[in-house]
Design a protein around this ligand. Structure first.
Ligand code: WT7
Length: 657
């Protein structure tokens, strides 16, 4: 693919955006890039000293002797919760608002840094009293709430490693994660509120624990969100408000080594089993704080709002850790963008005077649709003049949506930062800098200083600009994944494959760089991972869920481009009893969709299910996914089908259900 000239014009940062920016102008950016190239360790050591308050200073920077298990600042000691809370209170900022929490129903609560510190300390003391100690793993299955963030910091404070599971995951997915991570405790809520509806959480924890193999879980701590009726296991369950009631609001932080695992967050890979991405404490926190300053150009007066859920990496880095590490004021939102109407985000930006706004392309696309259908929820009806910088994350943003976002939300004034990164990278990797980089719709532009991103071919050789290839990172960086929990071999194979020479970090995305600007454009995943509404889903996970249904003999899952969700899940299914037709097929499709929802979670439900007597296979029995992808898109089959064992099957599977 040749991408010599950009299809879209570029937008220079305004003089206003440049003036006083943390990185002001491209010369300043290039100077930092040069510093990193010239003295890689010195560059990172300086940032580590600037962004973190060390309990014990480090003397070593990068250790590559056990590659690809790199370590950073290994002999330093720190505590993440201390860095996010105590140090701001000690500096006299205890009365500053840390969190402006807006509930689903619109109720607003403000929590200061001093209050956060007291709440985190009380819960940390309660965890210790229940026997939870440094190195233990705690699963957090919580709604978007102050309590969810407090739970993460309470773990960090005592040196326990948290593993947050998104509240939309099923009992089975939750169970798999509890067992894999070896959790000793679970922090959850009775129920959650989203879009005016009540959804269960504690009942799902009960179901997960009943599946067996979770004997290590001794405590289930329950935050009372709704007061809904829930079952109770007196020996194991306790209310959060009860356990913190008599605890001191002082808790000495547990000082941990820089490499101590702060958290494990599960994400989908190309095989069925989710990967427990293990992050460090120091390298991770450094980059969470630094990218707030660079990508969002954060300043003390800003009100930051990241709309992600704490169940995903974006919610870890740009809600729970990054903003707090700097002492920022941020909005945290419990609900959904379309309740009570699709003007909710715009109203909240106005109400809370948000200056830095960060959301997902899928949300933008669905709000464009809503604004076009009903002028009352159009951003033009709200005062968004507080905005300074607007960002997107999680999936490619199509130029039309980018231009709309810039015009109608950013008033042609706010720089748009399209940030490329991953659960594994810990923080931003390739992104415009709002006071420096000219932006181009659909491109995440240039790597941050210190990030050695490149595009290579299947053998690991650089490809010329304008030619598509595989996105890699050539040198380790502090916030990178340390390993896959319990599976070091899978870590090496997935991220440092021998085919590329074993020294390049393989992101799993394709990319192309522009011949004029060297800007990166991400062309999508190159493995069997789908991106639906910014959620990462493994095709094999969904296939395993489908074949675990008693009626299903075989299933293959592929992605299809979707106007709103970016990609949509399409499943091709062969039933044990033959191909159903008409009404029966429609009913079975619904039943299987619900089944996947129960097995994994509603986000994984196939949009389209197609039944056939068989799947298109080669004579050696390999499923031809290329053909399935064409069928899913409704394209005419242009590929060679001569190696196909059963060409007639294509007609049958071509029919959407
Ligand atoms: C995958 C990572 C990054 C935090 C949220 C998702 C895709 C992410 C972009 C972007 C194009 C993007 C990639 C990546 N992706 N950001 N700005 N442009 N694609 O984290 O669940 O680990 O998913 O999301 O395919 O590999 P994740």
């Amino acid at each position: 693919m040749e991408l010599t000239t950009q299809k879209h014009r570029s937008f220079e940062p305004s003089d206003d955006a440049r003036a006083g920016a943390n990185i002001a102008g491209m010369e300043a950016y290039r100077a930092l890039v040069a510093q990193a190239e010239h003295d890689y360790e010195g560059f990172w050591a300086r940032l580590a000293r600037e962004t973190i308050e060390w309990h014990e200073p480090f003397s070593k920077v990068l250790d590559e002797s056990n590659a690809p298990f790199y370590t950073w600042f290994e002999d330093g000691e720190l505590n993440a919760s201390y860095n996010c809370l105590d140090r701001h209170v000690a500096a006299g900022h205890g009365e500053r608002v840390a969190i402006i929490f807006e509930a689903d129903d619109g109720a607003v609560t403000r929590v200061t840094y001093a209050q956060m510190l007291a709440r985190v300390s009380r819960l940390a003391n309660a965890l210790k009293r229940r026997g939870i100690a440094r190195g233990d793993r705690v699963v957090i299955y919580m709604p978007m709430s102050v309590e969810g963030i407090v739970a993460m910091h309470a773990c960090a404070r005592i040196g326990a490693t948290h593993s947050v599971v998104f509240g939309g995951f099923s009992a089975k997915s939750l169970h798999e994660r509890i067992v894999d991570v070896g959790a000793v405790a679970i922090i959850t809520a009775d129920e959650q509120m989203r879009g005016g509806k009540t959804l269960p959480l504690k009942p799902i924890v009960d179901d997960a624990l009943a599946m067996g193999g979770c004997e290590a879980v001794e405590s289930v701590i329950v935050y009372r969100r709704t007061g809904g009726e829930i079952a109770w296991n007196a020996g194991r369950d306790c209310w959060m408000h009860d356990v913190v009631a008599n605890e001191s609001d002082v808790c000495e932080p547990e000082w941990v080594g820089t490499e101590h695992p702060l958290f494990i967050l599960y994400t989908s890979g190309s095989t069925g089993k989710p990967k427990g991405v293990q992050h460090s404490t120091g390298g991770y926190l450094l980059w969470a704080a630094q990218t707030m300053k660079w990508t969002f150009d954060w300043k003390r007066e800003d009100v930051f709002w990241c709309t992600a859920d704490i169940g995903w990496i974006t919610g870890h880095t740009y809600i729970a850790y990054g903003p707090l590490a700097l002492g920022a004021t941020q909005v945290v939102f419990e609900g959904v963008p379309t309740y009570p109407n699709a003007g909710r985000f715009w109203k909240m930006i106005d109400d809370h005077q948000v200056s830095l706004f960060y959301t997902a392309p899928t949300a933008i696309r669905s709000l464009i649709k809503a604004a076009e259908a009903d002028e009352r929820v159009h951003p033009a009806r709200y005062d968004l003049s507080s905005l300074r910088i607007i960002g997107t994350v999680g999936e490619p943003i199509n130029p039309e949506a980018w231009l709309w976002y810039r015009q109608h939300v950013g008033a042609l004034r706010c720089p748009v930062v399209d940030t490329w990164w991953q659960t594994e990278t810990g923080g931003h990797m390739i992104t415009p800098l709002p006071g420096a980089t000219p932006t181009v719709p659909g491109s995440c532009t240039l790597p941050l200083p210190g990030i050695m991103a490149a595009v290579v071919d299947e053998t690991g050789q650089d490809v010329p600009d304008g030619q598509g290839g595989i996105l890699v990172v050539k040198r380790p960086w502090p916030s990178m994944i340390r390993t896959i929990w319990g599976d070091a071999e899978r870590f090496t194979k997935s991220y440092y494959p021998q085919e590329l020479g074993g020294a390049l970090y393989l992101a799993g995305d394709g990319a192309v760089r522009d011949t004029n600007t060297a800007y990166f454009t991400i062309t999508g995943r190159i493995d069997d991972v789908l991106n639906v509404s910014g959620h990462r889903l493994g095709t094999m996970e969904i296939e395993s869920a489908l074949v675990s249904h008693e009626l299903v003999a075989e299933a293959a899952v592929v992605g299809r481009p979707d106007e709103t969700t970016g990609e949509a899940v399409v499943a091709f299914v062969v039933l044990k009893r033959g191909c159903p037709r008409g009404e029966e097929a429609a009913q079975l499709a619904k039943a299987l969709r619900d089944w996947v929802g129960k097995e994994i979670g509603p986000i994984a439900k196939p949009k389209d299910i197609r039944f056939g007597d068989n799947l298109p296979k080669t004579r050696s029995g390999k499923i031809m996914r290329r053909l399935l992808r064409s069928l899913a898109k409704g394209e005419a089959i242009a590929q060679d089908t001569s190696t196909l064992e059963n060409p007639d099957i294509l007609n049958q599977l071509g029919q959407a259900r």
